[in-house]
Design a protein around this ligand. Structure first.
Ligand code: ADP
Ligand code: MG
Length: 249
């Protein structure tokens, strides 16, 4: 079986300064890959090149062997959890997750807009699935609340519920543990471990080395836009270039 995600020669600069420079990255199916690096290393930029929020200056991105770098973000088959909460305000938590599930159903826009019977039947299935996703991320009791009234930890969980409900080929997470309290971090780590055992492919961008070391199958280290080390957590932890990059912060 081929790679799940292949990034080849990806570069992106801002005002003539490279944020990501000639990055190659291959993630195997079912792998949980962590991308770590100090602040400004280019992690979020790489994340956006894969997710489709930014266009690369050079390089390609393939998912399951298909080029996705020219596709709009919502058509890439990815579930995405941004560092800053991106939720739909003016909607309940449940409605936010239902939006994530809509892309996976067959009812077309016209059927949905006219609320024809096939849509209403699907709507009930979507709601049931959205409730399962909320339960999975531990925020069932927030289902009927306006999304913007949820505390940070619950908004993060809401994004994750929405991403999972879209049945992604790859789940991308940008610093999902930042700003969470100890208990919330533990619950997130447990859920990510569970998703990994279920075979979901994940790319986890993280500043905090400690959070990813016991979760990741392999770790890629970025510094100044380049990959400086790659390997299993214990290999990367012992790498002197990695130690230097973090000590130099
Ligand atoms: P990280 O997520 O690892 O902290 P980023 O990818 O956010 O790093 O940033 C990498 C570099 O690119 C930084 O020097 C940052 O200032 C720069 N950068 C990122 N996004 C932009 C932008 N939209 N405009 C200008 N510079 C940017
Ligand atoms: Mg970042």
């Amino acid at each position: 079986m081929g790679a799940a995600l292949t990034v080849a020669g990806a570069s992106r600069s801002f005002g003539g300064v490279y944020a990501v420079r000639d990055v190659d990255l291959t993630v195997e199916p079912g792998e949980l890959r962590a991308v770590i690096g100090p602040n400004g290393a280019g992690k979020s930029t790489l994340f956006a090149l894969i997710g489709g929020q930014l266009a690369p200056d050079a390089g390609t991105v393939e998912l399951d062997g298909r080029r996705i770098d020219r596709l709009p973000a919502h058509r890439r088959g990815l579930g995405v959890v941004f560092q800053a909460a991106r939720i739909f305000t003016g909607m309940t938590a449940l409605e936010n997750v239902m939006v994530g599930a809509h892309g996976t159903t067959r009812a077309g826009f016209v059927t949905a807009a006219l609320r024809l019977p096939p849509f209403r039947a699907e709507e009930r299935q979507i709601e049931a699935r959205a409730r399962e996703c909320l339960a999975r991320t531990g925020i069932s009791e927030w289902a009927g609340r306006p999304a913007e009234t949820l505390p940070l930890g619950q908004q993060r969980a809401l994004q994750l519920a929405r991403a999972l409900c879209g049945q992604p080929r790859l789940l991308l997470l940008d610093e999902p543990a930042s700003g969470l309290r100890a208990g919330e971090r533990e619950r997130l780590a447990a859920l990510l471990g569970e998703l990994r055992r279920e075979g979901l492919t994940m790319l986890l961008v993280e500043h905090d080395v400690g959070f990813v070391m016991r979760l990741a199958d392999r770790v890629t280290v970025l510094d100044l836009g380049r990959v400086i080390a790659q390997g299993r957590p214990e290999q990367v932890r012992a790498d002197s270039a990695v130690i230097d990059a973090y000590l130099g912060e």
